[in-house]
Design a protein around this ligand. Sequence first.
Ligand code: GLV
Ligand code: MN
Ligand code: MN
Length: 476
Amino acid sequence: MSWKFFVSHSLPLFFLFFFYSFPLISTKHNDDPTFKTMHDFSGYPVDESSHTFTPSNSISLSVDIQALQKQIDELSTFSDTPAPSVTRILYTENDVLARRYVKNLMGLAGLSVTEDVVGNIFGRWDGYEPKLTAVATGSHIDAIPYSGKYDGVVGVLGAIEAINALKRSGFKPKRSLEIILFTSEEPTRFGISCLGSRLLAGSEALAEALKATVDGQNISFLEAARSAGYARDEDDLSRVFLKNDSYSAFVELHIEQAPILEEEGISIGVVTNIAAPASIKVDFEGNGGHAGGVLMPDRNDAGLAAAELMLAIEKHATESGSLDTVGTVGILELYPGAINSIPSKAHLEIDVRDIEESFRNAVINKIHKAAKSIAKKRKVTLSEFKIINQDPPAHSNGSVIKAVVDASDELNLTYKYMISRAYHDSLFMARIAPMGMIFIPCYKGYSHKPEEYASPQDLENGVKVLALTLAKLSLR
Ligand code: GLV
Ligand code: MN
Ligand code: MN
């Protein structure tokens, strides 16, 4: 019987007790291929100096998929828009309720729960060598307007279920395992993506900028944080920064948000790179005027300048020379916003990405040039061209990749190496820890819309791979 078979099919309990009764050293002379120490199981060399013997020499993972699905469904009800859409914006009432829901599940899983001043939430399972740096996992639960219920949530609730599955199996971690719920991965409220993980990774610029950042209603970041119970007596957000050696590894479980795994019938995506995103805010200003009164040759319509820039963005992203370059205008606002008024101002927010920073930056330069020449041609003012962030790409760490691949192999799951064009908190965690990501298929690749869906089987596979990966990393 193969080890893979053993992992996926529970052996009778008496077999396990039989195995457990052997001291660690005797396994070296044991010919039975199903007989594994936790070190064998981890795939890493046995530490000869360690005399610690954990009773859990083998694990058989069982995921409670019904419980997990129920939690995903329940969490989705904390939403500002009706089902099946989910809208959960940072520090709103529904965000606070959803956070409470997750903290409760962390508590039920026996994790010790702490929060930092911006509301990054940490649930820790102490290892038997608690002084070693922990292994972390996690994701986000905020959801952009009219989004779905799986983006981010799978990496938080799935991680809690992975810990539950490890606990049920009798596994004892050597390094502590920690789940992080990251504050505001989505940029919806304050225009800054991966706000929590950016701060954890030590972004001085962000800690400073947040002191003066306001949302669309002119509510300051600190005021909003306080209304949710955070940053009470604190405006020094640099307290959130983590030290570089806080975690020995970080691994995030996420839906793919693209259709490749589903189309190819592959269970697991092993992420090798995360694309480098940049966001830009642009304003054009013209004279506006009466839609009937001002003749066409006399206009300088800021809206038309925006329309032309949008087409230029499509062209430059398409012709960048890299298939991975993508450019999107997701926000376009025209002022004063009346059918019978020529737009006097147009505000655009542009998202450009590639896994190669140089391709992405070349496109940004072309967009800037296009904006200037369109403004000149249309006799409008380019009153703002502001790069909000221009993040470098992240590369997954070889040993975390290997742990994910080994876990998939041992679970008899097909896998494929892939890049992530979506960004994730992992992009920033990679700055302070060896990082890896596990993707699962999602229906037609749909994401950031209510139709987002991952099947129970794919969820279960993802949670198992995450659990086994965490187990391996914790034993290193
Ligand atoms: C994250 O949600 C992204 O926009 O990639
Ligand atoms: Mn998202
Ligand atoms: Mn996400």
